[in-house]
Write a protein that binds this ligand. Structure first.
Ligand SMILES: C[S@@+](CC[C@H](N)C(=O)[O-])C[C@H]1O[C@@H](n2cnc3c(N)ncnc32)[C@H](O)[C@@H]1O
Length: 206
């Protein structure tokens, strides 16, 4: 894509979104993303780890709406990662969004985050939650996208593909486990494709 230097950041973001939709790159639905951007602002979130960069659209939107926010975002697909780096640079966010080419299921970091946003491999949310829980600040939040999963979780009888069934079962299992996790206060929001917000309870010394 050729960018005209007179384009505003909003115009560049609109083109990134349009291109992603045209090329069928999965990106967050507007409603879920609006909620996420407002949530980050309301809770004055400073640091966020995202699993699943795709071409950088959600991280760019979050950074655009939250000038204090720093993001680390993980993507395993090389072509998407390359496009994400490019898009992040064009939006002038290279100093605030650190995109990393890696398999998130194996990635290790010592950094701590206020929010960990899972929007990567849906069947591996449980494993990702376990891997990154140590990276969440006390009183931080896990936010998980696509927990409604096109309605298949509520209506598994609608699943036509054999490949999809185990994925939907795993996602359902993960959501139930999260909702009953005593260390988190969970809210299931029916916005976009379903968003789960899990607020870590602060430990008391009792
Ligand atoms: C739903 S898309 C992310 C969309 C992005 N958050 C947005 O809204 O703009 C999920 C992405 O996760 C990536 N992904 C899948 N498994 C992964 C893994 N194990 N490690 C890192 N990225 C992974 C996919 O390649 C895909 O680009």
């Amino acid at each position: 894509m050729v960018y005209n230097t007179d384009m505003t950041r909003e115009q560049i973001i609109a083109e990134i979104k349009e291109k992603a939709l045209r090329e069928r790159v999965p990106i967050m639905e507007d409603e879920g993303l609006d909620y996420l951007c407002d949530f980050l602002q309301k809770h004055q979130i400073r640091t966020l780890l995202e699993v699943g960069t795709a071409v950088g659209y959600s991280s760019i939107m979050m950074a655009h709406h939250n000038p204090q926010l720093k993001i680390m975002t993980l993507e395993q697909d090389e072509e998407r990662y390359r496009q994400a780096r490019d898009n992040i640079e064009k939006c002038g966010f290279s100093d605030r969004i650190n995109a990393i080419l890696t398999n998130a299921r194996e990635y290790e970091t010592d950094e701590k985050f206020d929010v960990i946003f899972l929007d990567g491999p849906k069947a591996h949310n449980q494993r990702l939650f376990e891997r990154f829980e140590k990276n969440l600040n006390p009183a931080g939040y896990f936010i998980i996208d696509d927990v409604w999963f096109h309605g298949f979780i509520e209506h598994p009888e609608l699943i036509r593909s054999r490949r999809l069934k185990p994925l939907v079962e795993k996602l359902d299992e993960f959501v139930k486990k999260m909702m009953s996790n005593p260390d988190y206060r969970c809210t299931y929001l029916k916005i976009g494709d379903g968003v789960l917000v899990a607020a870590r309870k602060e430990k008391t010394n009792e």
